[in-house]
Write a protein that binds this ligand. Structure first.
Ligand SMILES: Cc1cc2nc3c(=O)[nH]c(=O)nc-3n(C[C@H](O)[C@H](O)[C@H](O)COP(=O)(O)OP(=O)(O)OC[C@H]3O[C@@H](n4cnc5c(N)ncnc54)[C@H](O)[C@@H]3O)c2cc1C
Length: 287
């Protein structure tokens, strides 16, 4: 289908994008366009005006600032995959980006768009929850930084206020004893997750000193599995411990039935994805 007609504006800076959002009723940001344009073609979205942020240099680039990796919202999946800084300080993101869609989508799709879209099927939201990321937002009243934890509110619903832009993502750099695992069940290469689990674990003296679990596509938005985290924290890894935590992961899920499966199947698959992801994360932490 062909989208309904819309105005098109190219923003030159973050301040210009915010001003253009405020000046145009119901305008939408367009980043890589790989979520927004399909919705417009299906007429699920009919924004009267698009503000293109592709030309804004300050939204691009990857840097290390103190103990955080700082990633511009317009950084593409392929730029994440190719980055030496990401490989050194958060290799988890590379493994995740390689599981997103296909090379064409990864070439244009941005990390900021993936997070801001608020689609429970997108992979970065659950990963941001598990990484304890901070999101830097810019709106008419200036800049504010919010934790990813609490940002995802529902399907296509995030903590972004009106006329606000996601400008960068701040991720704690990898420290000694930390390990990562992401497991995603897909029907075929390039598909969204039936269920996915992102686990970041911190090991100390053979015990799990800290752990965060983010789940993809098994609730109206990306969620943390906090009861499972409580079961794991302070414990020595074992098959029985993983089985008890997996049960709590299953209980945390509230998926919608669709062509990818019914709710029970998806919740069970989330538990399986979690079990595999934590095994990987612990092995990664042990080196
Ligand atoms: C065939 C196909 C398969 C896919 N499979 C996956 C998958 O497996 N996993 C996955 O995670 N994704 C998948 N995607 C989605 C893809 O990763 C998108 O690129 C991503 O969801 C959105 O990023 P974008 O830069 O394209 O954003 P756009 O499509 O341009 O924008 C998406 C939404 O976010 C808003 N937005 C964008 N950037 C900002 C910003 N900086 N600040 C505020 N609002 C903003 C826009 O207004 C819009 O509402 C797939 C897409 C396709 C077409």
């Amino acid at each position: 289908m062909i989208p309904s007609s819309f105005e098109y504006h190219r923003a030159t800076s973050v301040a210009d994008a915010v001003a253009k959002l405020a000046a145009n009723d119901e305008a939408k940001i367009i980043a890589g366009g790989h979520s927004l344009l399909p919705m417009m073609k299906l007429r699920f979205a009919e924004p009267p005006c698009l503000i293109d942020i592709n030309g804004i240099a300050e939204l691009k680039g990857i840097a290390v600032d103190g103990d955080h990796l700082v990633i511009g919202a317009m950084t593409s999946e392929n730029e994440l995959i190719a980055s030496d800084l990401v490989a050194q300080h958060c290799p988890h993101l590379i493994n995740v980006a390689k599981l997103i869609a296909d090379p064409q989508v990864r070439n244009r799709g941005s990390i900021g768009g993936d997070i801001a879209h608020g689609d429970p099927g997108n992979d970065h939201p659950a990963v941001m929850l598990s990484l304890d990321a901070q999101l830097v937002l810019h709106g008419p009243d200036g800049e504010r930084t919010v934790p990813a934890n609490g940002f995802f509110l529902g399907t296509y619903w995030t903590g972004l206020e009106e006329h606000e832009l996601l400008v960068k993502v701040k991720i704690p750099v990898r420290k000694s004893g930390m390990g990562y695992g992401y497991e995603k069940l897909k029907r075929k290469t390039g598909d969204y997750a039936v269920a996915g689990a992102s686990v970041v674990v911190e090991m100390n003296g053979g015990q799990i000193s800290d752990v965060r679990i983010g789940l993809t596509n098994v609730a109206p938005c990306a969620i943390r599995a906090e009861v499972a985290e409580d079961i794991l924290r302070g414990q020595t890894p074992s098959d029985d411990l993983t089985a008890r935590a997996a049960e709590a992961v299953r209980d945390a899920c509230d998926p919608a039935a669709d062509l990818r499966g019914d709710a029970e199947y998806k919740a069970n698959m989330a538990a399986v994805m979690f079990s595999r992801a934590i095994e990987k994360a612990i092995a990664d932490a042990r080196g």
